[in-house]
Design a protein around this ligand. Structure first.
Ligand code: GAL
Length: 402
């Protein structure tokens, strides 16, 4: 029996970028799950939040004919990779486990290529969050903002008591994450969809876009001069230790607070990013499965996919990651209030038509346009000279990149 077990045991090489404190704990849950099935986990972690470096490394591995079994790929990129003919169908696994009934349809559609599943989802992250240190807010006599005007009022108050108002870092996807939150809060849901999902040229050059860009740039005045080069989780650490008052970031930031032993509602507060309480910017992490040769490894790959969708894994992983399970009808008893709010808002926004894909996290537009717009947004953020009008032109041209 031992010999038979060993013959079936395979190895799964998994590419991901989960290297911060909270992320690493979540990745460890995935590894543990695979090991309990008797398979070997080969870690292929590429540091750099947001995944830009990971995607560059993945491309070179696939081009050289040496793809990992599974890679953290999401949104429209799944289709891009599938069109290259390098992804494997895991439809038998999906059918055997009834995924169509367990994954919200709009998400499931994005995980399929020509009707077959090629990727398995792990979670739903909400991106439009504001993370607040209540102690420093109290010291500054500031109120958790619900509008952008209130945001700047709170930022001023924090500045007066010597606290860095906004924790920010130097990766361009951090700028982009702030930008999309401002776009949703200042422009509203329809604007967001037209500008950042449909990439409508007129909307990208509209007066609303100018207002969005001006507001976005104002946020920078409240960040510190050491932000360039800083990783997102180090920015979160500044809110955790009270050096900074708030951070605009997806709920992977909650994974950092939790890993630091902080309690939601007491040591930190999660609030929807200003002006976005009725909307939900989603970011679904998923693993795309690559075509591999060895039978035992294919079996291990499929076992991993099955395990990822199991209720036990969805719970264990998401409790660490800060996200909520993507699997429908899960019991959230063990989850905190931020997760419960996220889950309720996910359902409500989906009904109301205000559930929108995150452009900053690869969910909304093809990767080439996303990269070009992200660069244009960061150039504006970093420039002392570029006007909002000039930025609008650059962004509108970037949106045409194919
Ligand atoms: C996102 C990813 C999250 C999170 C974040 C920072 O793009 O979906 O899982 O880890 O990057 O690394």
């Amino acid at each position: 029996m031992l010999a038979a077990g060993a013959a079936c045991a395979g190895e799964v090489e998994v590419l991901h970028w989960w290297t911060s404190g909270g992320e690493a704990k979540a990745a460890a849950a995935l590894k543990a799950k695979l090991q309990t099935l008797g398979h070997t986990w080969k870690d292929f972690a590429v540091a750099g939040g947001g995944g830009d470096s990971a995607m560059t490394v993945l491309k070179s591995r696939v081009v050289s004919g040496n793809a990992p079994a599974a890679a953290q790929i999401k949104g429209p990129s799944i289709q891009e990779w599938a069109r290259e003919g390098v992804l494997a169908s895991i439809d038998d696994t999906a059918k055997a486990n009834n995924w169509d009934a367990l994954i919200p349809k709009p998400i499931a559609d994005g995980l399929k290529y020509k009707g077959s599943y090629v990727a398995v989802p792990v979670n739903v992250h909400r991106v439009n969050w504001l993370w607040v240190n209540p102690e420093v807010f109290k010291k500054a006599n500031a109120k958790v903002p619900t509008t952008w005007d209130e945001f700047f009022a709170a930022a001023e108050a924090l500045k007066k008591v010597g606290v860095i108002p906004v924790a920010h870092g130097g990766q361009n996807w951090q700028d982009f994450t702030t930008f999309e939150a401002v776009a949703l809060g200042v422009g509203g849901v329809d604007f967001y969809k037209k500008a950042l999902v449909q990439l409508d040229a007129a909307t990208l050059k509209s007066p609303t876009m100018e207002k969005v860009l001006t507001t976005f740039k104002r946020v920078k005045d409240y960040t510190d001069k050491n932000a360039p080069g800083r990783d997102w989780n180090l920015a979160t650490a500044m809110v955790i230790n009270g050096q900074a008052g708030m951070q605009i970031m997806g709920d992977w930031a909650k994974g950092e607070f939790l890993a630091a032993g902080k309690v939601p509602g007491k040591d930190f507060v999660c609030a929807p990013a200003p002006g976005t309480s009725k909307a939900f910017t989603y970011n679904v992490d998923s693993f795309a499965m690559f075509k591999i040769k060895n039978d035992a490894n294919v079996k291990a790959q499929k076992d991993l996919a099955t395990a990822i969708m199991s209720p036990e894994f969805q719970e264990a992983f998401n409790l660490n990651k800060g996200s909520i399970p993507v699997r429908l009808n899960m019991d959230l008893a063990k989850f905190d209030d931020c997760a419960k709010q996220s889950s309720a808002d996910f359902v409500a926004s989906s009904k109301a038509g205000s559930l929108v894909p995150s452009i900053a996290h690869g969910m909304a537009v093809p990767s080439a346009a996303e990269g070009a717009i992200k660069d244009a947004v960061s150039q504006f953020w970093n420039s002392d000279k570029m006007t909002a009008k000039e930025a609008m032109e650059r962004i509108a041209s970037a949106a045409k990149v194919k």
